[in-house]
Design a binder for this molecule. Structure first.
Ligand code: ADP
Ligand code: MG
Length: 266
């Protein structure tokens, strides 16, 4: 497997990106550059603006100010569809799964979307066949990447919650994104499922550019090359996991937010 989208341009650049909701500054003047192949964690307390930043990157909500570049292309004013074409992939919730179909069928549909039969009778047949074979191989590859290669013939309705999340990841990978946006992929998973999902993400590291929002900072620090800390819409720290862990401001914010919401992590 080759590194997808490997070139000199950053996978993602954000220049002065801001977004307010009725006076609430959700994202304020965010600058961020993610290199191709990098794994970046985005952490910060609840309400810091992390999910909003994802929505700005995918184009689901328009930004107020700033520029957004995907692999060097200015997508600031481009719709979601165009950003997906350029390689932005994000996981969606369970509603995206076809429950009465098998894992194989779901994955096949996800990879099939890329195929388009050419004109001319023989060419059509030939390409349809090679296209089919290629998509079939890709289904196997993706199934293995998300740990579902032993469940290919199982109806999705019979999978566990954790397996549903794995399949959602698989559907996104089926589109061959250059960059994967994961918004709290461990949310609602059991300890075992979390460990499994962490390993899956570790396995994708380096093959695909990853931007992951993760509540559990120990997991975030494990899967990321670099960490960006968002607080009240602003990036307040950025660096390697050990740099960010040692950052006084980050320690203060996390101690405060733990007191505030009673969680073991924030
Ligand atoms: P995080 O993902 O870091 O927990 P969010 O990005 O969800 O934070 O939210 C950041 C802030 O923006 C919060 O104050 C939240 O209430 C507000 N916000 C997010 N989305 C909307 C929206 N669609 N309309 C109004 N306010 C929103
Ligand atoms: Mg969020």
């Amino acid at each position: 497997m080759a590194v997808i989208g490997s070139d000199q341009r950053p996978a993602l650049s954000l220049n002065g990106v801001s977004k307010s909701f009725e006076g609430i500054e959700a994202v304020v003047d965010v600058n961020m550059e993610i290199a191709t192949g990098e794994s970046r964690a985005l952490i910060g307390p609840n309400g810091a603006g992390k999910s909003t930043l994802f929505n700005l990157i995918t184009g689901e909500i328009p930004r107020d100010k700033g520029r957004i570049l995907v692999r060097g292309w200015d997508v600031t004013h481009q719709p979601v569809r165009r950003r997906i074409e350029l390689g932005v992939g994000r996981t969606y919730q369970t509603s995206n799964l076809f429950m009465d179909m098998t894992v194989r069928e779901n994955l096949f549909l996800s990879v099939w979307k890329r195929g388009r039969p050419p004109a001319g009778p023989l060419a059509t047949l030939f390409r349809a066949w090679t296209g089919y074979a290629r998509q079939f191989t890709q289904v196997m590859e993706v199934a293995e990447q998300v740990g579902l290669n032993n469940k290919l013939e199982v109806p999705v309705s019979e999978l566990s919650h954790g397996e549903h999340r794995q399949l959602e990841l698989g559907l996104t990978l089926g589109h061959k994104p250059a960059m994967l946006l994961l918004d709290e992929p461990m949310a609602g998973l059991s300890a075992n499922e979390r460990a499994f999902m962490t390993n899956l993400i570790m396995g994708l590291r380096g093959w695909i550019t990853i931007l992951i929002i993760e509540h559990d900072i120990d997991i975030a620090f494990r899967v990321a090359d670099k960490v960006s800390v968002l607080h009240q819409g602003r990036i307040i720290a950025e660096g390697t996991p050990s740099e960010v862990r040692a950052n006084r401001l980050v320690q203060e914010i996390y101690t405060l937010s733990q007191k505030g919401n009673g969680r073991g992590h924030a």
